[in-house]
Ligand binder design. Structure first.
Ligand SMILES: [Zn+2]
Length: 318
């Protein structure tokens, strides 16, 4: 069965047609995080139908929609968007799908979908107990125990793991969620430029001349010997290491998956995090394995494919 996955993120949307756990065809389109969810859905309908037309399809067997915020997957509504997509909370997706693609559908948090994708088809197929940390504009997380996604009473367990506190006190970094000291307020794509620009080393750093301050630039500058870049990269690795130890305490995983754009850093990201866990995490049974997502750009759309197949088969992952 061919399904369509819509991963509507903060800055771009990814669309893919999938069958039997494989991406058949995909495309990237612009997302409008400060505009209405309706505008983004209109674009998703247009792009999705164009993608289907490229394959000669007039309908799909199922639709998966990922959202970068809190969702209620049972009622298929967005619960909290944290400032993104002004009309997303409570949006009537059931009516929208009936009007547009007219097929069974699932709605899930993007981090949850990414973990399902990696467990079903990616780097964590050999386990039923895994957590994921995914690096986008912010940092998402997800947890699976004994093959079941951890969701919680109000659907906010595990998936907002980027908001675990990793520091305390009045000087802790303020976060967009309202708390202070969150992991993503200390080390994420949105927080990085704030830390760079206020550092005394910034004026003489190569980062001061960069068009954008992102982790790709930071890594290149750190490799070239830039002192501020090396300091900020070390600090980010320390913060993410602390976050992984928190996830281990909370969810007892065998495997930890790293996904999203920053995971393109590869071993330079994975190895220090694994070394930290091996040294510090309290896991008398052995060491959880830190792994890089098999397809960091595809884990969300693959997970949506699996979630919609499970829903159609009467085995929803709730
Ligand atoms: Zn936060």
């Amino acid at each position: 069965m061919v399904t369509l996955s819509l991963d509507i993120g903060g800055t771009r949307m990814k669309l893919a047609l999938l069958q039997d756990g494989r991406i058949l065809r995909e495309r990237i389109a612009e997302a409008y995080r400060d505009d209405t969810y309706q505008k983004n859905l209109d674009a998703a309908e247009r792009e999705g139908k164009a993608l289907m037309a490229e394959m000669g399809l007039t309908r799909v067997g199922g639709l998966g929609i990922a959202f970068p915020g809190l969702v209620n997957p049972r009622d298929k509504v967005v619960v909290s968007a944290n400032g993104k997509f002004v009309d997303a909370v409570g949006y009537d997706l059931k009516s929208w799908v009936a009007r547009t693609f007219a097929c069974p559908f699932v709605l899930d948090n993007d981090s949850n979908a990414a973990l399902v994708g990696e467990v079903a088809y990616g780097c964590a197929q050999d386990t039923r107990d895994a957590v994921l940390m995914i690096f986008g504009t912010g940092v998402g997380a997800a947890a699976m125990m004994d093959g079941r996604l951890i969701r919680g009473k109000h659907f906010q367990a595990a998936c907002i793991g980027g908001h675990m506190a990793v520091e305390a006190g009045p000087d802790a970094a303020p976060c967009n969620c309202g708390n202070i000291g969150c992991l993503e307020a200390n080390a994420s794509s949105w927080a990085l430029p704030l830390f760079a620009r206020r550092d005394p080393l910034f004026a003489q750093s190569a980062l001061a001349k960069a068009d954008v301050i992102d982790y790709k630039n930071l890594k290149d500058c750190a490799d070239a010997g830039d002192a501020l870049s090396q300091k900020l990269l070390r600090r980010s690795l320390d913060v993410w290491s602390a976050g992984l130890c928190n996830l281990i305490v909370a969810y007892d995983p065998e495997v930890i998956v790293l996904s999203g754009g920053i995971s393109r850093m590869g071993e330079d990201l994975r190895a220090p995090l694994q070394a930290h866990i091996d040294k510090y995490a309290w896991t008398p049974w052995g060491h959880p394995q830190v792994r890089l997502a098999k397809n960091p750009e595809g884990s969300v759309v693959l997970g949506l494919h699996r979630l919609v197949l499970d829903e159609i088969a009467g085995n929803p992952a709730l």
